[in-house]
Design a protein around this ligand. Structure first.
Ligand code: ATR
Length: 278
């Protein structure tokens, strides 16, 4: 019998997950179908019970359910518990198990363009996405991480919560802008620069470190103002399509035991966004 997978969220109509997962099922010879389900917060519990009752094989979880789903699952992997968010659920013999592939997806994508050992990283932002990325980046050997956020206390709280004071510190956005030449890697996790405010930039850029890598998790527009400016002064840049593809690929692997072609996934997303971005 065909297996069934999906994604739950609200809004969900523009999700690109069905596109890349259904293509990956075909590519990998997996007899399965992936569907986007619109689920409002007040229906989350019923929706999860429905997934269980119908024997759905696995599903992704997106905004606004990543935190709220945790108590509804049978088990949650430690990393997802620490991050406080689940984006992937697998149904193993009736047991619903939660994972977080966002942080790992980001770091795997980043490793395609930079070796992280002993690197000095700046994370811009301290929201949900930053949380998953910070937790996962901190596992890399020798990394030093500065976090700058509009609300400084949120970055401070995050570092304290993960007990990462030894390798991380919170700084102001002004300080990060002044000292931007110190960073090997700059990770942009806020919504600043996202469509429709495509001319916004989270911090001004003057000179940057030679060979610095700038990674922005935004993919609409495909190239944010930050990435455009960083590229124009010599940075290696990476847009949010890379993280999106890798988090999906890792979810696919959890479900099927097979790792899909991420280059193909990125190409599909790029083609899909091609006509829509500004
Ligand atoms: P997500 O789950 O996508 O990370 P979030 O948890 O709401 O979303 O976090 C949004 C991040 O973008 C936060 O770091 C937020 O900064 P604050 O903590 O100060 O709110 C940041 N952000 C959003 N809009 C911003 C703006 N106009 N200027 C600067 N930072 C902004």
């Amino acid at each position: 019998m065909k297996s069934l997978y999906g994604v739950i969220g609200s809004p969900i109509a523009h999700s690109m997950s069905p596109l890349i997962h259904n293509d990956a099922f075909l590519q990998k010879g997996v007899d399965a179908y992936y569907h986007a389900f619109h689920v409002d917060p007040e229906e989350l519990e019923t929706a999860v019970a429905g997934m269980r009752a119908l024997g759905v094989n696995g599903f992704n979880v997106t905004i606004p359910h990543k935190e709220a789903i945790i108590p509804l699952l049978d088990r949650v992997e430690d990393a997802a518990l620490q991050i406080g968010a689940v984006n992937t659920v697998v149904n193993r013999n009736g047991e619903l198990i939660g994972y977080n592939t966002d942080g790992r997806g980001f770091v795997e994508a980043l490793k395609e363009v930079v070796k992280l050992k002993d690197k000095h990283v700046l994370i811009i932002g301290a929201g949900g996405a930053a949380r998953a990325i910070f937790y996962t980046l901190a596992l890399e050997e020798g990394v030093q991480i500065d976090i700058c956020n509009r609300t400084v206390s949120k970055a401070e709280d995050l570092i304290k919560e993960f007990s990462l004071e030894r390798i991380a510190r919170s700084i102001t956005v002004d300080q990060a802008a002044r000292e931007i030449q110190r960073y090997d890697v700059v990770v942009q996790t806020t919504s600043v620069g996202m469509h429709p405010k495509i001319n916004d930039i989270p911090l001004p850029l003057k000179s940057i470190k030679h060979h610095a890598v700038f990674s922005d998790i935004i993919y609409n527009p495909i190239e944010t103002k930050l990435l455009q400016e960083a590229k124009s002064i010599g940075a290696i840049t990476q847009n949010g399509i890379h993280m999106f593809a890798y988090q999906a690929a890792l979810a696919f692997e959890i479900w099927t035991g097979k790792f899909p072609d991420t280059v193909r996934m990125k190409k599909l997303v790029e083609e899909h966004l091609g006509g829509k971005t500004c």
